[in-house]
Design a protein around this ligand. Structure first.
Ligand SMILES: *Cc1c(COP(=O)(O)O)cnc(C)c1O
Length: 465
């Protein structure tokens, strides 16, 4: 009797072939598969099998029970949240990351070379975003963990200003966190880091339908702190309306006041890929730390994001994230060990999907993806605002359309969106903007085309009646 595991091992070729065939069937159908799931139709299995089924029979059960509830979230008409797709090269890289199953810690020496691949990929990304090599970077599971990583080092910096070593001795009072429109994940990071969710001092917005901070209000608040340390969380792309804080003006304030400047550019940072939009992030190279998501606009599979941190903070960085309090900081930066730079200890070779995609499509390929998505958002915005039934809640500044039904009660906006999502043709998410019920459509998928806009718009006009 051979065990299911031994049988599988002997049959690996057929198993991977099956995985390829099923993957292809999914990817080829992304344009027609529904964007909504139907989990009620699919009862859960309650019992762990006593004897294993083997992979092929597990596959059968997966197809029968689970596959039909998997939605086309990486397809061309999934416009809810900010959900990226997957480039062919990134799928290849992700597959290989699994097959090679490296535990990505340290640069070459006695270990494997996965950290070298990571550093090379970070170098490519710095070049994609026109950022200087004074930034040290690494891969984490998403922008939430990137914000967490950056803000943990910001906390260590602020503690140092107060004569405290927070990573070793614990939290101290007296640190102010400033932001106009922090992403929920940054607020969550503050909860995890001991600042507390409620302890963000809000900076005023600019006047006139803006979510960007009024930098004069920021300056007034910095002045009032009288030298007490502050951490500024700024936005390169807010979620509702993709507004950008004025990075040039913030960089100017850095010369006068002492504060840690973090930029959350999870998806808006990709404005840097386009000569026509890179002015939106001008000045961000002066920031202390940056967050950029890769599973959004880079179109690599989950889970993938990077942090970028100025190397002048590397000592604080390692003090914060090294596993043990090791006074030896000597050559940790020449022989990078990611265990001292990210929250995780063991990680997969998370850089490989991005490496493949950046190699395969280059700077030009990403400029095209970004500019195409921006053009689609603008076209969709123009279709909606020209229709009479819909109105934009904010101008289309980059890749997201924030809109509502004209003269509609919140309940009607909600029921319209439910009906629209129920078609399974498109998925959008609700929002509230300036007190009004709204809907967001975000364009970050390389597969989306003008034909998708026409299909969705036709459906919307039919539903609105
Ligand atoms: C999506 C997003 C995040 C959180 O990213 P995850 O990858 O979901 O962890 C943080 N900030 C901004 C601006 C985002 O758009």
């Amino acid at each position: 009797m051979t065990s299911p595991l031994q049988q599988d091992a002997a049959n690996l070729d057929a198993l991977l072939e099956r995985a390829k065939v099923e993957s292809l069937a999914h990817l080829n159908a992304l344009g027609t598969l529904p964007t909504k799931g139907n989990y009620d139709a699919s009862p859960a299995r309650n019992q762990l099998p006593e004897l294993g089924l083997g992979t092929l029979r597990a596959f059968d059960e997966f197809n029968e029970r689970l596959r039909n509830v998997i939605v086309a979230s990486s397809g061309p008409r999934y416009w809810g949240y900010v959900i990226g797709g997957t480039t062919p090269a990134s799928i290849v890289g992700d597959w290989l990351a699994t097959a090679f199953d490296q535990c990505s810690f340290a640069t070459a020496g006695q270990g494997d070379i996965s950290a070298n691949i990571e550093l090379e990929t970070i170098q490519f990304l710095r070049q994609l975003f026109n950022l200087p090599d004074t930034f040290l970077g690494g891969f984490v599971s998403g922008a939430t963990m990137s914000n967490f990583t950056c803000l943990s080092v910001a906390r260590q910096w602020a503690g140092q200003q107060l004569g405290a070593d927070i990573a070793n001795e614990g939290m101290v009072p007296g640190i102010t966190v400033l932001s106009a429109e922090p992403h929920a994940s940054a607020v969550k990071s503050l909860a995890m880091l001991g600042f507390g969710r409620n302890n963000v001092t809000r900076i005023k917005y600019l006047d006139g339908n803006r979510e960007a901070m009024d930098v004069r209000d920021l300056e007034a608040k910095l002045q009032a702190l009288n030298g007490q340390p502050a951490i500024l969380i700024s936005s390169a792309g807010t979620v509702n309306t993709v507004d950008f804080d004025d990075m040039v003006a913030i960089a100017e304030l850095k010369k006068k006041y002492s504060f840690w400047w973090h930029v959350d550019g999870a998806f808006g940072g990709f404005a840097a890929c386009s000569p026509a939009y890179q002015h939106l992030v001008a000045g961000w190279e002066q920031a202390d730390s940056l967050t950029i998501d890769c599973h959004k606009w880079l179109n690599v599979p989950y889970d993938s994001a990077i942090f970028l941190m100025q190397t002048k903070h590397s000592k604080l960085h390692i003090e914060t994230l090294q596993p043990l309090n090791s006074p030896y900081l000597g050559d940790l930066l020449t022989n990078i060990n990611y265990q001292t730079l990210v929250p995780e200890s063991s990680r997969r070779l998370r850089a490989l999907p991005a490496w493949f995609s950046l190699m395969a499509y280059g700077k030009e390929g990403y400029q095209t993806i970004v500019e195409t998505n921006i053009r689609l958002a603008q076209t969709f915005g123009a279709m909606l605002s020209g229709s009479g039934s819909f109105e934009l809640l904010a101008p289309v500044r980059l890749n997201t359309v924030c809109f509502s039904l004209t003269n509609a009660e919140p309940e009607r906006v909600k029921s319209f969106l439910t009906a629209l999502n129920e078609t399974g043709l498109v998925f959008m998410t609700p929002t509230v903007y300036q007190g009004r019920a709204g809907i967001r459509a975000a364009f970050v998928n390389w597969r989306t085309t003008d034909a998708d806009l026409i299909v969705v718009y036709g459906e919307m006009v039919g539903l609105v009646g």
